[in-house]
Design a binder for this molecule. Structure first.
Ligand code: PRP
Ligand code: URA
Length: 209
């Protein structure tokens, strides 16, 4: 079974509380999400392997550490996953980026695919899928399945807020995918929105409502 990592660093929790407030506008919401993404990125990449490399400082030769192993790819689920991309790119500027476009049907709450563009060598990379909201888990599950169909076998899911239902669904469908979150919230409401959550992440990021 995959691991669920709840990253409860005080800086992340403080910023998340501001994001949850309905009075927080798009500009602040976006900036806070960007900051949280970078902070969460430390944990998502905490176990990346290192190798010794010989370097020369102005003083002498020495052995330094360099990240080894697979190169990274960041795959935001459109639209809202874009909000977590910049912070991760600040941390890993050489990561390639793929995009998966999914929206939830308003009645069934099932995801509908409308876009997929991935790096040509995605299957050889460690893939970090980003989406701030893990509600029913349908979108994350479908995005991960699409990546697996392309041959990806090393995938992590980075969200901001998750509902227990969505976390369970991803764990059952993709037991090899670790999930990173800043909060596990209480439940879903009748419209499959996360409670207490923060509302519609895409609308709040892009100011569409
Ligand atoms: C939101 C969110 C996730 C999805 C989560 O996207 O960004 O992708 O819902 O819900 P689920 O876990 O029940 O699938 P939405 O469909 O609203 O699209 P948007 O990002 O384009 O607004
Ligand atoms: N998508 C969102 O943006 N928010 C939720 O609470 C659930 C799905």
């Amino acid at each position: 079974m995959s691991q669920v990592h709840v990253i409860n660093h005080p800086m992340i929790q403080h910023k998340l509380t501001i994001m949850r407030k309905k009075t927080t506008g798009s500009k602040d919401f976006r900036q806070l999400l960007d900051e949280i993404a970078m902070l969460m990125g430390y944990e998502v990449t905490r176990d990346l392997p290192l190798k010794d490399v010989e370097i020369e400082t102005p003083i002498c030769k020495t052995i330094g550490k360099e990240i080894s192993g697979r190169k990274l790819a960041i795959v935001p689920i459109l639209r809202a996953g874009i909000g977590l991309m910049g912070g991760l790119q600040t941390l890993v500027p050489v990561a390639k980026v793929g995009h998966i476009g999914l929206y939830r049907d308003e009645t069934t709450h099932n995801p509908v695919v409308y876009y997929c563009k991935l790096p040509f060598d995605i299957q050889s990379r460690l893939v970090i899928v980003t989406d701030p909201m893990l509600a029913t888990g349908g979108s994350a599950c479908d995005a991960i399945s699409m990546l697996k169909e392309k041959g990806c076998d090393n995938i992590r899911l980075m969200c901001l807020v998750g509902a227990p239902e969505g976390i369970r669904r991803v764990q059952e469908a993709h037991p090899d995918v670790d999930i990173y979150l800043a909060s596990i919230d209480e439940c879903l409401n009748e419209n499959a929105y996360i409670v207490p959550g923060l509302g519609d992440a895409g609308d709040r990021i892009f100011g569409t409502k």
